[in-house]
Design a protein around this ligand. Sequence first.
Ligand code: FNR
Length: 342
Amino acid sequence: MTRAQRKIDHVQYALSTGQSRAHGFQEVSFVHQSLPDLACDDVSLTTSLGELTLSSPIFINAMTGGGGKETERINEGLALAAKECGLAMAVGSQMAALRDSEEARSYEIVRRANPDGIVFANLGSEATVDQAKRAVAMLEANALQIHLNVIQELTMPEGDRDFTGALFRIEQIVRGLEVPVIVKEVGFGMSRETVAQLEGAGVSIIDVGGYGGTNFADIENERRQRVLSYFNEWGIPTAVSIAEAASIRRRAALIASGGMQTALEAAKALALGASAAAFAGSFLKHFMERGTEGLIAEIHLLHEDLTWIMTALGAARVEELQQMPLVISGTMHHWLAERGIE
Ligand code: FNR
């Protein structure tokens, strides 16, 4: 199977397999406030992500890129929606485009469609400092995402089997780049131990990429003969992973992702300590079903809903939302108690 075909397969499987909704946010509740003393017009959605300022805490997470007209069409459509709504956007892994310049078109189109927007480059943790610099230059990117996807690789018949040296390479890239480095999971979540290791390597932005949304174990298992079914339910739910990360991090900004579909989930993620919430599979579905205009309409609704939720809570800014009291119930409460997290 060609790599371009695999990318299209991923899009198709992501759309058909859907999202499990096991992200844990249903176990997180806001405490209603009857006197918020705030007007909707006073709410600002601006947020800081390390040294970056975003006009919205919602952004489009890494999906596709690489050979083929279809990936080009998807990336251009997502980029136009990002531009129209003022969202940051990450591209999919650029490794193949670094090896074959023909493949670079579907990435470059993202910058061309949105010349002044915030764009994130993307590579895996096998990348060298030189590759990281080239990936950033290809897009004039504002930051570089490095994805960690051990479970996906293990589940892919043609995937990597050696995961040594990743943290060392990440540390070298952080030192060698002039833009911030975002380390992200792809749907299996991050523990506080992983977050502490990444902070130790100087990483300033961490995307927990939790369990409960697009499930790459499930997707890869659908494509293989010998099914590694034990990985289908492997991972830390997104809400739990943010709580884990928030309990340990000192300086790093946190991004919540993994199953984000609604403004309420985004608001809960921010209240748990994230500075931004990234949507991948659900935005791809909106785009594939309703085109760029449909995705733009969805993002406008998300912004409106988030404004109303923040008004109800009396939080005029994201930093205030991050201080809101929450009640945690069920399995998530049990998990946090077992792990000694307040
Ligand atoms: C992805 N994702 C991804 N991540 C990454 O860092 N590099 C990549 O190349 C890709 N490719 C990719 C393709 C497709 C079709 C999907 C749906 C996703 C992972 C993505 O950024 C995100 O971490 C997960 O999908 C979990 O978020 P959602 O989909 O549950 O919102």
